[in-house]
Design a protein around this ligand. Structure first.
Ligand code: UDP
Length: 195
C-alpha cells in the first residue's frame, strides 16, 4: 500500500482505477476487507478522537472522499493522486461489474430506499447484480438475521450506508462474521443511488 499520512490517518494514495483493481483483488482473496471513505468531517473526528483514528487506520483501504481531504494532503505537501469518493467508487464498481461480475448487497438507508436503489441499478447498470437488500434501521436483536441474510446471499461486496461513524463501527465489529470479501462504508450513497 502506498500511504499518505494526514495527521496520523493513513490514506491510500491511489487512483480510481487502482482502487477498483484493489476491490477485485479483495474479491479474489479468501477473506473479508474493510473499505472506508472518510470525508473531511470524519477525518477531523479521527484527528481528535483516538478510537475513531484507530478504527479508520484499521481499514484495508482508506480513500480520500472529499475535496477537503485532497486539499489537506496538498497543504502538507504529500498530495494524494486523486479524490476517490465513496459514491464514485461504487458507480465505477457497478460499471466494471458488467465485464467482471460482482455480487452486491445493499445495506442501509430508510425502508424502501435500498430497494429503490436496486431498481435504479437494474435500469442504469444492466450488467450489475444485486443479490440482496436491507434497510439500515434495526435493533441489536436483528443483527444476527441481517448477517445471516448477507452471508446466505452469496454477496461479494457489501455496501454499508448507515451514516458515519456508525457504518465504520458496524463493519469493524462484524467484519469477521461476514462472508463477503469487501465491506464499503459509503454514507449517503444509497440515497444517491435511489434518487
Ligand atoms: N442511516 C441508516 N441507519 C441509521 C442511520 C442512518 O440506514 O441508523 C442511513 C440514512 O438513511 C442515510 C445514510 O444512512 O441514507 C446517511 O445518513 P446521514 O446523512 O445521517 O449520514 P452522513 O451522510 O452524515 O454520514
Amino acid at each position: 500500500r502506498k500511504i499518505v499520512q494526514i495527521a496520523g490517518i493513513n490514506i491510500d494514495d491511489i487512483s480510481m482505477e487502482q482502487a477498483v483493481d484493489r476491490v477485485y483483488e479483495f474479491i479474489g482473496s479468501d477473506q473479508n476487507h474493510s473499505i472506508f471513505t472518510p470525508n473531511a468531517e470524519i477525518m477531523m473526528d479521527g484527528i481528535t478522537n483516538k478510537d475513531i483514528k484507530a478504527m479508520l487506520n484499521g481499514a484495508d483501504m482508506l480513500v480520500a472522499d472529499g475535496a477537503g481531504v485532497v486539499l489537506a494532503s496538498k497543504i502538507i505537501g504529500k498530495a494524494v493522486t486523486e479524490k476517490v469518493s465513496g459514491v464514485d467508487l461504487v458507480k465505477n464498481l457497478l460499471t466494471a461489474s458488467s465485464k467482471r461480475p460482482i455480487k452486491f448487497y445493499l445495506f442501509g438507508g430508510k425502508p424502501g430506499i435500498p430497494e429503490k436503489a436496486n431498481a435504479n441499478i437494474i435500469c442504469d447498470y444492466p450488467g450489475a447484480e444485486v443479490v440482496g437488500t436491507r434497510n439500515g434501521y434495526f435493533s441489536k436483536e436483528d443483527e444476527t438475521s441481517i448477517i445471516d441474510d448477507i452471508n446466505n446471499s452469496g454477496a461479494e461486496v457489501l455496501l454499508v450506508c448507515l451514516g458515519a461513524p456508525k457504518q465504520e463501527e458496524w463493519i469493524t465489529e462484524n467484519k469477521d462474521r461476514l462472508k463477503v470479501k469487501a465491506c464499503i462504508g459509503v454514507g449517503g450513497t444509497m440515497d444517491i443511488l435511489a434518487g
